[in-house]
Design a protein around this ligand. Structure first.
Ligand code: PFF
Length: 454
């Protein structure tokens, strides 16, 4: 097969642009909203350790593999997998991996957009000074009121999804690149400031211990599954987002090096978020296991009580909104790229179709926090179930398929050529991790997590 060296959609303007966009996809609600609350729910340090292990042993090798497959195929995930299966003379059905990714992205975006809507509503609350002088009770009430209101949640969800679809409609460079350029550095600075504030609460050490002193009696196989699922979620792996971003990557860029930078930035931001939040949680007698409301109930307390907190609070939620936006565009880009390639429709039309479908499912999620809060399937509410199925099952299964394809199906000469690593030992290490460690770890954690291995 003749090698395709350019994507039909257009390319990132530089290596730096790709790093920004991929970091934009990785850094999002997962780091700042989800990581702290699942760490709280799963007992702290031991969970963090397992999560870090999953990032290194499973996440990074799969991230390299996924980006590499994307750049070699140069199309949307479904077509990329068909092309690469052809190249490797393997079964055509490998393109199902692309299909599964598209469905996963759509499902994740439906609830991601609702949570990002909460963030937007907090931008508004910060603007109107709702946090100022707040205590545990008044701040918690702000959150409970939002949860109880379907109208508000649907309104903010609509706004967020509209913004996402607008950016995606404008295409790779116009839309995706510009929005992330200033975002990541500013988020980083703001989180460092918040950690600085957390140090003044007198509970910093307790927060530090909670995050980094592992107590293995606190975790079970389900927690390990959540940690692994989160490694996929936070890096944005297993559903074709990195594949599609990889397909826009110029041929000369080193995939392994850029991946390390992206995964490093993502991890540092999550840990900083934990360091900023837990001291506040302890200082204000909040529950570490408060669930999805954790950051909304803890951070505004800091903003409401520190000098200049009004401005910091506003800035923080605005930035979190942008971080969510740069992730949400990557959740829907694989589906849009596919519709444009295979259904020959315009980017704008593809965005309208996907946007509408996502909006409807998002409304159902928004209602699951109030009107339909007692609707459960397998003992879980709609939001919890969607989150569990997508993050803990679908992303790892997608990642597993990618690992098997890159490690066992694709010819070594092709992956070695595409990765073009400086030293053969680096390639050998990656090949070992992707062929053995990552797939076996994912299989065992999945089977144990869902109870098949007892
Ligand atoms: N990584 C994003 C976050 O942490 O918020 C979420 C995400 C983006 C998940 C892209 C999956 C994905 F493909």
């Amino acid at each position: 097969m003749a090698e395709i060296t350019k994507s039909q959609h257009s390319e990132w303007s530089s290596r730096f642009a790709f790093i920004l966009a991929a970091t934009g996809s990785a850094v999002g609600l997962g780091n700042i909203w989800k990581f702290p609350y699942i760490t709280g729910e799963n007992g702290g340090g031991a969970f963090v350790l397992v999560y870090l292990l999953c990032i290194v042993a499973i996440g990074i090798p799969i991230m390299i593999a996924e980006t590499m497959l994307g750049r070699r195929g140069r199309q949307s995930p479904i077509n990329t997998m068909s092309i690469l299966a052809d190249e490797a003379k393997a079964n055509k059905n490998w393109h199902t991996v692309g299909w599964m990714g598209i469905i996963t992205g759509f499902l994740i975006l439906s609830y991601y957009s609702v949570i990002a809507g909460w963030v937007l509503s907090y931008v508004f609350k910060a603007l109107t000074g709702s946090f100022s002088g707040g205590n545990g009770e008044t701040i918690s009430a702000l959150f409970t009121d939002l949860m109880a209101s379907p109208v508000q949640q649907i309104f903010w969800h609509t706004l967020f999804l509209g913004a996402t679809m607008l950016i995606v409609a404008r295409g790779v460079q116009g839309g995706l690149e510009k929005s992330v350029r200033f975002l990541i550095p500013t988020i980083f600075v703001l989180l460092v400031l918040l950690v600085g504030y957390a140090m003044t609460t007198g509970y910093y050490q307790q927060g530090l211990d909670f995050l980094f002193k592992p107590d293995f009696s606190q975790i079970d196989s389900d927690a390990v599954l959540v940690a692994m699922g989160h490694a996929f979620f936070t890096l944005g792996l297993g559903m074709g987002a990195m594949m599609v971003y990889g397909s826009y990557l110029p041929q000369h860029v080193s995939i392994a090096k850029t991946t390390l930078i992206i995964a490093g930035a993502d991890t540092v931001i999550a840990l900083l978020a934990g360091l900023a939040i837990f001291p506040l949680v302890f200082a204000n007698g909040l529950e570490v296991s408060a669930g999805p409301g954790l950051i909304f109930q803890s951070l505004p307390l800091a903003f409401g009580n520190m000098t200049g907190g009004w401005l910091f609070g506003l800035l923080f939620f605005v930035l979190l909104f942008f971080a969510a936006l740069s992730s949400s565009i990557s959740l829907i880009e694989p589906a849009v790229a596919f519709l444009v390639e295979n259904k020959k429709i315009k980017r704008t039309t593809a965005c309208i179709v996907m946007g509408l479908m996502t909006w409807i499912l998002g409304v159902i999620v928004a209602l699951s926090f109030n009107v339909w809060s007692d609707v459960t399937f397998f003992g879980q509410g709609i939001f919890d179930l969607l989150d569990y199925i997508t993050a803990n099952l679908m992303l790892p299964i997608g990642g597993l398929c990618i690992a098997i394809f890159a490690g066992w199906i694709m010819k070594s000469k092709d992956s070695a050529h595409e990765l073009a690593m400086e030293k053969p030992q680096f390639y050998a290490l990656w090949k070992f991790l992707i062929s053995y460690i990552a797939p076996f770890a994912v299989i065992i954690v999945l089977l144990k997590g869902v109870g098949v291995l007892g």
